[in-house]
Design a protein around this ligand. Structure first.
Ligand code: HGY
Ligand code: MN
Ligand code: MN
Ligand code: MN
Length: 410
């Protein structure tokens, strides 16, 4: 147990100030990775980390670390944090809650004059969302060795901007190597982004693992032609095939596995004109399940559907899997630490797995990991109306504080 507690006023003021950056009229935020708004958010975070007396380190991927030494400088560090890049017109809570909770925890230890045995490191990972630069979890992916640095630097957004150049432009292409420290464990607080905790009327989720998922880019190439005089049997319409594949996603999720989800999220059509038969369509596929074999089966089937749709319509097609992360359970001891922390904080909690991807997916490959969820009102996320009751945000930080304290005392 610890007598350190979260300073709710300071936490709330910081959360509100932070979310003024890139605020949208509809109450969300627009701070996509490496944008000017993302830079302003990073700058504010670095200022707060420094004000909290942390030793700030920015690595080659722009991951921002703040270190607080413990009694034993040789001891492996307890790492905790999340991300501050957002969706285009996303929510105020996704990622931010985890980073500001982490900052609050180290400040609470300071306020209580507590020196932990182990060093503490808090982190804001780069490019977790993967909407501007695919794939997602790029910063934690390089840190954990899933991607190499050059691959990450060469990732381009839809306007052809390179990740490495944009990172340099905003001044966050750090000198520090993007590789793991000696870590004892990793924790992440995040909003659930689904309906489960609210439906169960519980304030804390003890996360036992994260769905595995695959992201794919698909393109159909047909023939543009005049929408009027071109007979239907002479058409090679790239959008018709896209519609067939989209329908197939629903058929596959209905038959391959109970927890399987599939999404066609981004679609670009050329020439995108009302009276021209679509020549080319580029679209994305996102399949997820807690069972890796189910994701494999979905991938098999959707590739057949793509091939059949192209044949029917007389199209060329391209298919590239750009990211695959396997589901694997988090560390038992970290899970029990979080459960005990929730009990010590007097919370009603349940255990669950995450349908959303998190940096914790990758940290789990190199160090014992678990997560803490706070409920999402109406299960909404990746939308400006994303909302979590403030008392639940504070509870998540209180649970994090107890879990970190437990693991930071050797
Ligand atoms: O896709 C995800 O689940 C995460 O928000 N990047
Ligand atoms: Mn997130
Ligand atoms: Mn997200
Ligand atoms: Mn995430």
């Amino acid at each position: 147990m610890t007598d350190a507690t979260i300073d709710e006023r300071r936490f709330r003021d910081r959360f509100d100030e932070f979310n003024e950056i890139g605020a949208t009229d509809a109450g969300g935020v627009n701070r996509p990775s490496l944008s000017d708004e993302n830079k302003r958010a990073r700058d504010l975070l670095v200022e707060w980390f420094r004000d909290a007396g942390l030793e700030v380190r920015i690595d080659e991927m722009g991951n921002i670390f703040g270190r607080r030494e413990g009694r034993d400088p040789e001891a492996d560090a307890v790492l905790f944090g999340s991300h501050v890049d957002s969706q285009y017109n996303g929510g105020r809570y996704d990622g931010v809650v985890g980073v500001l909770s982490a900052l609050e925890v180290v400040e609470a230890f300071d306020d209580a004059g507590i020196e932990t045995d182990r060093p503490l490191e808090i982190v804001a990972w780069s490019n977790e969302e993967g909407v501007r630069f695919q794939p997602d979890m790029l910063g934690s992916g390089v840190y954990t060795g899933v991607f190499d640095l050059e691959y990450a630097y060469d990732r381009e957004d839809k306007d052809g901007n390179r990740f490495g150049d944009e990172l340099e432009r905003i001044g966050y292409k750090g000198e520090e190597p993007c590789e793991p420290d000696d870590l004892h464990c990793y924790f992440e607080v995040h909003v659930e982004q689904g309906p489960f905790l609210e439906r169960a009327d519980l304030s804390v989720g003890v996360v036992e693992g994260v769905f595995g998922f695959s992201w794919m880019n698909v393109a159909f190439e047909g023939q543009a032609n005049h929408a009027g005089p071109t007979p239907m049997n002479m058409r090679h319409d790239a959008f018709v095939a896209t519609a067939d594949v989209t329908k197939a996603v629903r058929e596959i999720t209905a038959t391959e596995g109970t927890d399987l989800v599939g999404t066609v999220g981004s679609v670009d059509v050329w020439p995108n004109a009302i009276n021209v038969i679509p020549e080319r369509v580029e679209f994305t596929l996102d399949f997820r399940s807690y069972d890796n074999a189910v994701v494999d089966a979905a991938l098999e089937r959707i590739q057949d559907e793509i091939e059949w749709a192209a044949e029917r319509e007389g199209l060329e097609y391209e298919f590239e899997e750009i990211m695959r992360v396997d589901a694997d359970p988090f560390d038992d001891e970290c899970i029990e630490t979080v459960a005990q922390a929730a009990e010590d904080a007097g919370c009603e909690y349940t255990r669950l797995v995450s349908g959303a991807g998190h940096d914790a997916n990758y940290l789990n490959k190199i160090t014992p990991t678990s997560m803490i969820f706070a409920p999402s009102v109406d299960g909404i996320s990746h939308r400006e109306s994303e909302y979590t009751e403030w008392e639940d945000v504070v509870t998540g930080a209180e649970v994090l504080l107890r879990a970190v304290n437990e693991q930071a005392s050797t």
